[in-house]
Design a protein around this ligand. Structure first.
Ligand SMILES: NC(=O)c1ccc[n+]([C@@H]2O[C@H](COP(=O)([O-])OP(=O)(O)OC[C@H]3O[C@@H](n4cnc5c(N)ncnc54)[C@H](O)[C@@H]3O)[C@@H](O)[C@H]2O)c1
Length: 259
């Protein structure tokens, strides 16, 4: 018997088999859950997501194209989810975007208004937009997970506007937890240590961050995406039934170190 037998949900953010979303989904499925997937529209996006998901052994996956910055796309996606699954038990929000031109050491102060707005919209507001629609599909309560990074709390060179967006995402998590708690819906974030993915490679100086974490983190290594996936299982399962509005660090302990 799996921890998540009978649980169904939607996962946003599988771009390829390195995506954190895929590692979360893979672990949820291994514990008995059924996942549907939403990917950015486009033939190439669908092909890459499908390759990861089918390559991971999921037969005939439920895949929906969705640009989360578009309300009609979100409405269509959640309508399709309702039709396919009727009710869902979890939502994984593992998406973010910022123009990489402004993810360079020393250029945060030059961030244009449109770049700032887009980063905040796609990386933070979409959690609110999805949670609102997901809540309507969660009559039995549920668990919503967002992905964040320590650059929300401390200024990390190159993380720039994405750090501001992650701070907003974490605040959104707390407000969503407060309002959706009475429906039995829990909302939490996982703060993952750095992991090599398509998105993280846009951050200037990523290799230096890896080296630094390996030297300074209590576990003296970088985190594996699989370890983030396992914490996803905890947050979706009843093992975390009393946990909401929280940020769970899965970073080999890096965030507790002062120097
Ligand atoms: N990789 C890391 O080091 C790290 C660390 C902490 C947190 N995170 C967070 O984890 C999450 C997943 O990132 P990842 O590292 O797996 O990279 P990734 O590139 O594999 O995933 C990012 C996903 O966001 C999706 N996306 C971007 N704009 C979108 C939009 N408008 N609509 C729908 N989807 C959109 C992309 O298609 C992609 O699937 C992000 O929130 C990221 O900030 C990553």
């Amino acid at each position: 018997m799996g921890l998540l037998d009978g649980k169904k949900g939607l996962v946003f953010g599988v771009a390829n088999d390195r995506s954190i979303a895929w590692h979360i989904a893979r672990n949820l499925i291994a514990h008995g859950a059924t996942c549907g997937f939403a990917h950015l529209p486009g033939e190439k996006m669908e092909r890459r997501a499908r390759k990861a998901i089918e390559g991971g052994g999921v037969v005939d996956p439920f895949l929906v194209p969705c640009d989360a910055s578009n309300d009609e796309d979100l409405d269509r996606t959640f309508a399709a989810v309702k039709e396919r699954f009727d009710a869902i038990d979890f939502l994984v929000h593992s998406i973010a975007f910022a123009d990489r031109t402004y993810l360079k050491h020393g250029n945060f102060h030059e961030t244009p208004r449109e770049v700032f707005g887009q980063a905040l919209d796609i990386s933070a507001y979409t959690l609110v937009a999805m949670a609102n629609r997901a809540a309507a599909c969660m009559p039995n309560g549920g668990s919503i997970i967002g992905m964040t990074y320590y650059g929300s709390e401390k200024a990390i060179p190159g993380y720039n506007v994405m750090g501001v967006a992650k701070a907003a995402l974490e605040a959104c998590t707390r407000y969503l937890a407060l309002e959706l708690g009475e429906k039995g819906i829990r909302v939490n974030t996982i703060s993952a240590g750095p992991i090599k993915t398509l998105s993280s490679m846009a951050v200037d100086g990523l290799d230096q961050i890896f080296e630094w974490v390996e030297k300074k983190a209590p576990l003296r290594r970088n985190v594996e995406a699989d370890e983030v996936g396992k914490s996803g299982v905890y947050l979706v399962s009843d093992l975390s039934s009393g946990v909401t509005g929280e940020n769970i660090y899965v970073d080999c302990g890096y965030n507790v170190v002062g120097l």
